[in-house]
Design a protein. Sequence first.
Length: 85
Amino acid sequence: MTNFLSRMELHSKLMGQMMERCGVDAGQLAQDRLGATLAAAARACMACGRTDSCQRWLEATDGGVEQIPPAFCPNARRLAAQKPQ
């Protein structure tokens, strides 16, 4: 159980950073489709096996301008669709 909770904490942190880095408003994402979009994004992130790639991308883009979600992210299309036009 501890491993699961640690993984959940890590992915929650990464997803939050990814949304922030890509200019996605977490509150707006939570409201989209009555929370279904955020729930689907969280499940996709938890199932993702690219944690190392995600951490490296976040480190490489730290302090930079708003980014386009990386192609390896299972939420790339979902996050891109949430960005304000």
